[in-house]
Design a protein around this ligand. Structure first.
Ligand code: BES
Ligand code: ZN
Ligand code: ZN
Length: 492
């Protein structure tokens, strides 16, 4: 697993600044007022810091961005990085400043002089998240030994106390990114289940349900998707019970380890990206890891359906009718609309077994959500305004884009089947993401507050974002962790 760099908070010690090798960095507010440590750095560099701050380039950069002085005279450091941050930054600027530092420090250890700047753990989190690199398959640039970071802060004890939840979030996001980046020949359904089972070491209950068990539960919808693959279909149940006897919050994930489209085969161009079609299961796994690492006082169950959608002599055909665990029959018009078939059975199973207080499902479900919202926002659908608003607020505070779309009977009517209870796609392309949500809604029990989150556009990006490199983003781990903190955690 890719591990985040180590972070240590220490007291401010002006006497070591001149001798520190590696990279040095300092946070300076937009008004360029220097604190004691920054004044010492200015003296050591014989005024170079102030000259930089008087340069129009300093004026031009936005909060969270920075400038560098290379090989500063009078210091042992290779570089002095200067990042513009208000003394009381908002969460976004604090994390952006950390991300900027991750880009600037390169392969060097870093000493950051943070002084009394607030939200120093968010600066650390931004640095951790942006320094992620997926290297297990690189044989030539595999120096992934994490570079230690030392942060000199006014109150290192407080920052150190807050480091456990910060690292827990970073490790959860890294876990999601590693799973989503991993190619499908490595991350088979067996391998995926094994990596989840490893979380038993963190005190989590993990159960793996194999195909014969799923057959006896009557999961014809999920099993139909996987029947063309040599890799066995599975459900993995991860249970973190830090919250006593409360009904659990349920997190459900689509875990299609590769989506060829099946007999309704996808075009070759871009098909390789369908290795990320387990992104929903990846986010659920990442959140569960974060909750376990920070010993959340909440009862949360994560349930993921792991299948591979392949064309084969045994694969399901367009026109096949399958029977879901719920008992509803489904006409499979298009074998490429497979995620909803998997989720239907996982959601029903979870409600049947756990009677959750609320249920969130995450899925790279439709290409249509990318047409509608691009890569900036996940699509959110819900039967419960209170829960939905709480989630949207959590996502917003964590800087993770999420936008609600409507549902309604007229969309549901578009899924009428001639021969079965429902068909898996509507006849045209209109409102493709909404009809997908409507399909899932048929498998939500009356009275279960539910949110469906379509992450097809945000789970994996072809360009770097503020906090992640190209590829898997880990979108949603922070939003859901925040939702748990705000709404499901018991406090003394
Ligand atoms: N896994 C895809 C959705 C997807 C598309 C995820 C692009 C990430 C990026 C899903 O299983 C799928 O193929 N959906 C079809 C549904 C259609 C057949 C109704 C789609 O979106 O084209
Ligand atoms: Zn598909
Ligand atoms: Zn899919």
């Amino acid at each position: 697993m890719t591990t985040p760099v180590t972070i240590d908070f220490t007291h401010i010690d002006l006497d070591v600044l001149g001798q520190t090798d590696g990279a040095l960095a300092v946070l300076v507010p937009p008004d360029a007022k220097l604190d004691r440590a920054a004044r010492r750095l200015n003296r050591l560099t014989r005024g170079a810091l102030v000259r930089l701050l008087e340069n129009p380039a300093w004026e031009k950069i936005t909060p969270g961005d920075g400038l560098s002085i290379g090989y500063p005279a009078g210091m042992a450091a290779k570089a002095l990085h200067v990042v513009k941050v208000p003394r009381q930054p908002d969460l976004e600027n604090a994390r952006k400043a950390g991300a900027t530092l991750a880009g600037m420090m390169g392969a060097d250890p870093l000493m950051l002089v943070a002084g009394s700047t607030r939200r120093i753990n968010d600066v650390a989190l931004g640095l951790l998240l942006k320094s992620y690199a997926f290297l297990p398959h690189k044989t030539r640039e595999n120096d992934n030994t994490p570079k230690p970071v030392q942060i000199m802060a006014a109150d290192p004890e407080a920052a150190t106390n807050a480091l456990t939840p910060t690292m827990a979030v970073a490790e959860g996001v890294f876990f999601t990114r590693d799973l989503v980046n991993e190619p499908a020949n490595v991350l088979t359904t067996d391998e995926f289940a094994a990596r989840l089972a490893d979380m038993r070491a963190l005190g989590m209950d993990v159960e793996v349900l194999e195909e014969d068990h799923l057959t006896s539960l009557g999961m014809g919808a999920l099993l139909g998707v996987g029947q063309g693959s040599d890799n066995p279909s599975k459900i993995v149940v991860m249970h973190w019970n830090g919250g006593g006897d409360d009904a659990p919050l349920a997190l459900i994930g689509k875990g299609v380890v590769f989506d060829t489209g099946g007999i309704s085969l996808k075009p070759a161009n871009g098909m390789e990206e369908m290795t990320m079609d387990m992104g929903g299961a990846g986010v659920v796994a990442g959140v569960m890891r974060t909750l376990a690492l920070r010993k959340a006082r909440a009862n949360v169950v994560g349930v993921v359906g792991l299948v591979e959608n392949m064309p084969d002599a045994r694969a399901q055909r367009p026109g096949d009718v399958v029977t879901s665990m719920k008992g509803d029959t489904i006409e499979v018009i298009n074998t490429d609309a497979e995620g909803r078939l998997v989720l239907a059975d996982v959601m029903w199973y979870t409600q049947d077994r756990f009677a959750p207080s609320a249920m969130l499902d995450l899925a790279t479900l439709t290409g249509a959500i990318i047409i509608g919202l691009g890569h900036e926002n996940a699509g959110v659908f819900s039967n419960n305004d209170t829960l939905c608003d709480a989630f949207l607020r959590a996502a917003h505070s964590e800087g993770e884009g999420a936008w609600r779309l409507p549902m309604g009977q007229a969309y549901d009517d578009m899924l009428k089947s001639r021969i079965a209870d429902i068909r898996n796609v509507s006849s045209g392309r209109a409102a493709g993401s909404i009809t997908a949500a409507q399909f899932l809604g048929r498998f939500v029990k009356d009275g279960t507050p539910w949110i469906h989150i379509d992450i097809a556009g945000v789970a994996f990006m072809s360009k770097a974002t503020t906090l992640s490199p190209k590829g898997a983003t880990g979108w949603g781990v922070m939003a859901i962790d925040r939702l748990v903190r705000d709404r499901y955690e018991t406090v003394d």
